[in-house]
Ligand binder design. Structure first.
Ligand code: IVH
Length: 665
């Protein structure tokens, strides 16, 4: 009985995954999907003997690898020869024509900027996924790759018995930005670019990290024996039927052409349009379509003669690095910053660039006074690519990273395996203390009117505050003697502090500044546990049971509440009357449970935030962008035409605020 149900659920969920992640088609609500997944998880726990190694439950990660095993590639993983000019492409096409004396078909594809992967399937089942490595052997990163939902674990249709599919794993920009936002909120150094982060994620030993981050994959090559299809284009299309996410002609991610004009048009199109893609590409790839032609052309030592990459030019300029300064974050993380002679790059003036950490500075051998190349790819922060050694003055001093905190002079620490240095003096380092209080009062946290970041510094210098709880003990008489504090601003500030006592629990929890607890996580925790006491008492196991709470967050919560000084602050804030329990909402219903909404435009009867809150109060989910998962778009005035078009394309129901009110009435 259980065995049958496990099989049934496995099949059903595999199907839903394919529809959603490959075909962009949502057939069940999130809620229904999650309930089925939970049912399967529970059954598998009870009857591990029936659980398949390819179960959809493996997608959530959790398998931990000690060390990745080395695997020899059956087919070597070569690279492409690169070109940077259209002349090179014209030469390539002429050469091919000469060598084959044939009417040649070409396939143009995007060059995804990610990490190459080769995935082997045996009898329609995922066998193993291996990184490129040195081209002849790579690492078996199957546990991580299995968490990528667009990669099928079981195939459908008439697939070959034993084959390998190659593709590129990448970080969708939206997920990458989400990750960096979370890191910024936690005062962790930002990741520089999606490609390296995808690569790092793929090599993390704990697969829940990959599952949490949301990588994706496009496939671009199939290798095997006894494959009947004789050309690349048709085979790639066929792979979609087996369950793979492949580029489609409709989106122009792939195009077949027989002319050089067709190829050049594809290049021109993506040189402009690439900026709008939801992932990064660094060029396009042109391949000869038919396998017999590919075979006639063969390979050089490193790359096939039948393909070429055209790389887009990243904007790059050179300037002088005047000085390296350091920022201390509220968790004590040290970030080195390059201060540059201002230079124009990609329409903005660049004065600073992040240097990330000591290793990167050492690797690039960057010294103060060097002329450096700065580049802005798809990345958010401009980065230093290299040093122009021809311009280095002969007497330039070797760069030395600081050993002590620039603020409190404590000796810096660096944990094994961590890239960053930390100042350990969390209770005495002024920048860390003020940083924490500044986070506490910030807009997304306690949103205290009349109190700004500079005032926090002044209050700290005057010895009036050392932590967030001290804010609630400030008096008029203490504040009025401070320079530039007029009666009105003091009163405003005190009123702002007083009214923050009504700020809901989830924001208070976020305001505490616990590492990895960003605003979304705080919301999840508040809803799940209801009170701070429940969170304080929760064990590691209870914490990780909560949707989207992984090991790192759970451990960070445990560490935070294990410190008496943190508990003392929480207790004092509680005594002052801050909200440490979820407010009981009399109007709450479950009418919208299982439905996903997107809100856009301006409304008469609600502010946008009120409308979102109303949806959530009635059990619905609010999402920021339209996808095939969206059930309703609540459209107000001045809504962007792009959103509307997307909603229409995905056949999302579009309603106005009156219709919305009818839904919940
Ligand atoms: S085909 C024989 N197609 O670019 C090589 N590669 O330098 C066949 N890449 O390692 C590769 N997008 O990681 C191919 N549409 C695409 C690609 C692509 C990205 C990467 C791949 C490869 C590198 C080649």
């Amino acid at each position: 009985m259980s065995k049958q149900r496990i099989n049934e659920l496995t099949k059903l969920l595999q199907d839903y995954n394919y529809q959603y992640y490959v075909m962009d088609n949502s057939v069940v609500s999130d809620f229904e999907f999650d309930s089925l997944l939970k049912e399967l998880q529970e059954l598998e726990e009870k009857h591990p003997e029936f659980a398949s190694a390819l179960s959809p439950t493996k997608r959530v990660g959790g398998d931990v690898t000690k060390k990745f095993e080395q695997v020899v590639h059956k087919y070597p993983m070569l690279s492409l020869s690169n070109s940077y000019s259209k002349e090179d492409i014209i030469d390539f096409e002429t050469r091919i024509k000469k060598l084959t004396n044939d009417e040649i078909e070409y396939v143009c594809e995007l060059k995804y900027d990610g990490v190459a992967i080769g995935i082997q399937y045996i009898n329609g089942e995922f066998h193993q996924a291996v990184t490129r490595g040195d081209g002849s052997k790579g690492e078996n990163v199957s546990t991580n790759v299995k968490t990528i939902k667009s990669i099928p674990l079981k195939l459908r249709g008439d697939f070959p018995g034993d084959f390998e599919i190659r593709g590129e794993i990448f970080f969708p920009l939206k997920n990458f930005e989400k990750l960096n936002k979370l890191r910024a909120a936690n005062d962790e150094p930002l990741y520089a670019n999606p490609r390296n982060t995808a690569s790092g994620t793929l090599k993390s030993l704990d697969s829940s990290i990959a599952a949490e981050r949301g990588l994706d994959c496009f496939l671009y090559g199939i290798y095997g024996e006894n494959i009947e299809i004789n050309n690349h284009f048709d085979l790639v299309n066929k792979a979609e039927e087996w369950g793979f996410k492949v580029p489609r002609v409709e989106t122009n991610y792939i195009r077949k052409t027989s002319t050089i004009e067709g190829i050049l048009e594809f290049i021109d199109f993506w040189d402009v349009e690439r900026k709008k893609l939801p992932f990064e590409i660094d060029g396009v790839v042109i391949k000869v379509n038919h396998y017999d032609n590919q075979n006639r052309l063969g390979f050089t030592a490193k790359s096939p003669r039948w393909a070429i990459a055209y790389k887009f030019k990243a904007e790059r300029v050179s300037t002088i690095l005047e000085k390296v300064t350091y920022q201390v974050g509220r968790t004590g993380a040290i970030t080195p910053v390059a201060n540059l002679i201002p230079v124009q790059l990609g329409g903005t003036t660049v004065k600073r660039a992040s240097l990330h950490n000591a290793d990167i500075i050492e690797k690039l051998d960057i010294r103060e006074g060097d002329t450096v190349f700065v580049e802005k790819g798809g990345e958010i922060i401009p980065k230093i690519i290299s040093v122009d050694l021809t311009k280095r003055p002969i007497d330039l001093q070797l760069f030395e990273y600081i050993s002590h905190c620039p603020d409190c002079n404590s000796q810096l620490e660096r944990q094994e395996g961590e890239a960053n240095h930390y100042c350990p003096n969390d209770t005495g380092c002024a920048v860390q203390i003020t940083g924490r209080i500044q986070h506490f009062i910030s807009r997304k946290a306690m949103n205290i009117d009349g109190l700004g970041t500079e005032t926090i510094e002044v209050l700290f210098e005057q010895g009036l505050i050392k932590n967030a709880a001290d804010l609630y003990e400030l008096t008029f008489d203490q504040l009025i003697p401070i320079e530039r504090m007029a009666e009105k601003s003091v009163n405003n500030m005190l009123a702002g502090i007083e009214s923050s006592k009504h700020i809901p629990f989830e924001k208070v929890l976020f305001a505490l500044g616990i590492r990895f607890v960003g605003d979304t996580v705080a919301k999840k925790l508040a809803r799940h546990f209801g009170t701070i006491d429940n969170i304080i008492q929760a064990s590691f196991e209870t914490l990780i049971e909560v949707d989207e709470i992984g090991d790192r967050i759970a451990q960070s919560l445990i560490d935070y509440f294990a410190k008496p000084e943190n508990l003392e602050i929480v207790n004092r804030l509680k005594e002052k009357g801050l909200q440490f329990e979820l407010a009981h909402n009399e109007d709450a219903t479950e009418k919208l449970k299982g439905f996903v909404f997107v809100v856009s435009g301006v409304f008469d009867k609600f502010s946008r935030d009120e409308l979102k809150k109303s949806i959530e109060d009635n059990g619905g989910k609010v999402s920021s962008s339209i996808s095939s998962k969206t059930d309703y778009l609540v459209a107000g005035d001045k809504m962007g035409p792009a959103k509307l078009k997307k909603a229409e394309k995905l056949e999302v129901k579009i309603i106005d605020e009156n219709k919305y009110l009818q839904l919940i009435d």
